[in-house]
Design a protein around this ligand. Structure first.
Ligand SMILES: C[S@@+](CC[C@H](N)C(=O)[O-])C[C@H]1O[C@@H](n2cnc3c(N)ncnc32)[C@H](O)[C@@H]1O
Ligand code: SF4
Length: 368
């Protein structure tokens, strides 16, 4: 299957692994770890914290996630040793990339210790973090020293008013910029900046955001606003299609498509023709990439999900706390992946027309 493209061009990807490729061979069991649509398991996103210090309206609207909202208790969250055990089982089945996320992962005390343990797992080729960046400046060098490879920082706008609105009333975009600078200095690059674009909220400031990061090593990625969870009152009209943004951007700075860097890459990459750097588009609404999706997710309380839009998952905390052996854990992961047929983004329109709406897991909880 050819990877999809927002501009109609064909993007070539590679997925070589094994002898002579510089990539380790997979565990023999990994060969069999394909889902019902033939997709292998390659990435695990781990939500280490369901809480957040922001209330972005498209993710954790304040009306729902208010002061009395019941987040998980510490004992309900997986401990570091439990997370490491699940990660190790997932790596044995073919996972090569781990990403720590949340909620806000930097709210998790001693996160750098977890990074240190995950980075020692044999077979992990890439260990990354997604953060809103507010606390990043304090942690960047320790995270790097403990083995983190890269960070992605969410930043929807540099306009203080727009930033405030899109973070749910919090200021602090200057702290996010300090975090990005600290991450670059610590060697956590290439730093990517994720911006969710919502019509009427920040589509008018996208070019200013891009301009700020032109001629820097930062790669800005524009994300189509998605109907994650059940509480962001998503409407199709609020999505700004990537093709529309691409036209606006190309009218200001000519850009050319870049080939995908690896199989299953979510962003479609473009470079500025004047050499000012690279940008990406994540177009899960207008150009779904379910066909190439190799990602699974582990929630803060230890449920394994096979799709960002999942309604149910596989509990691992129960078995972990009941003394399950590694083989049993791997068996549960393999069974969940083998029965996977999720392709929500490709079926979005039909699924949203159902009489009985799907009750999806919230994004702060499943891990973005
Ligand atoms: C859920 S957050 C968790 C990590 C961290 N708190 C952060 O904001 O980067 C992960 C990513 O999901 C994105 N996101 C959240 N809700 C979204 C939505 N409704 N549509 C598209 N992206 C969304 C955020 O912008 C962020 O880049
Ligand atoms: S997108 Fe990230 S920063 Fe914003 S509310 Fe969700 S978890 Fe928090």
């Amino acid at each position: 299957m050819w990877p999809r493209s927002i501009a109609g061009d064909i993007v070539v990807t590679t997925s070589a692994e094994g002898p002579g490729t510089g990539r380790p061979m997979l565990h023999p069991a990994a060969e069999h770890t394909r889902d019902r649509l033939g997709r292998p398991l390659r990435d695990l996103r781990i939500s280490v914290m369901d809480r957040c210090n922001f209330r972005c309206p498209y993710c954790m609207p304040q009306e729902t996630f208010h002061d009395r909202y019941r987040f998980l208790r510490t004992s309900e969250r997986l401990g570091f040793n439990e997370i490491v055990r699940v990660a190790r089982a997932a790596v044995a089945l073919g996972v090569r990339k781990l990403r720590l996320t949340g909620g806000e992962p930097l709210l998790r005390p001693r996160l750098a210790d977890l990074v240190g343990e995950l980075s020692m797992i044999d077979g992990v080729e890439d260990l990354a973090l997604t953060t809103n960046g507010v606390l990043l400046a304090q942690h960047a060098s320790e995270l790097k020293a403990n083995g983190l490879n890269r960070v992605t920082v969410s930043l929807d706008s540099l306009d203080p008013e727009v930033f405030r609105r899109m973070s749910g009333g919090f200021g602090g975009h200057e702290h996010v910029l300090e975090g990005i600078k600290a991450a670059i200095e610590a060697g956590l690059g290439p730093v990517k900046v994720n911006a969710v674009v919502r019509r009427g909220d920040n589509d008018h400031v996208v070019l200013a955001l891009l301009e700020h990061f032109r001629w820097t090593p930062v790669i800005v990625r524009l994300i189509e606003y998605m109907d994650v969870g059940n509480r962001n009152a998503w409407r199709r009209e609020d999505v700004v299609p990537s093709a529309e943004l691409l036209r606006q951007i190309a009218a200001r700075w000519p850009v050319s498509p870049l080939p995908g860097s690896y199989h299953g890459e979510v962003a479609q990459r473009y470079r500025y023709e004047d050499g000012a750097g690279e940008i990406g588009f994540i177009s899960s609404v207008t150009a779904p990439f379910c066909g190439d999706c190799t990602r699974a997710r582990l929630s803060s309380e230890g449920v394994f999900y096979t799709c960002l839009f999942a309604t149910t998952g596989t509990d691992l905390r129960g078995p972990l706390r009941a003394g399950a052996a590694d083989e049993e854990l791997a068996g549960r992961l393999r069974a969940a992946w083998a029965s996977r047929e999720d392709r929500y983004s490709e079926q979005r329109e039909a699924l949203r027309r159902r009489e009985q709406p799907l009750h999806k897991i919230e994004m702060h909880y499943i891990g973005g």
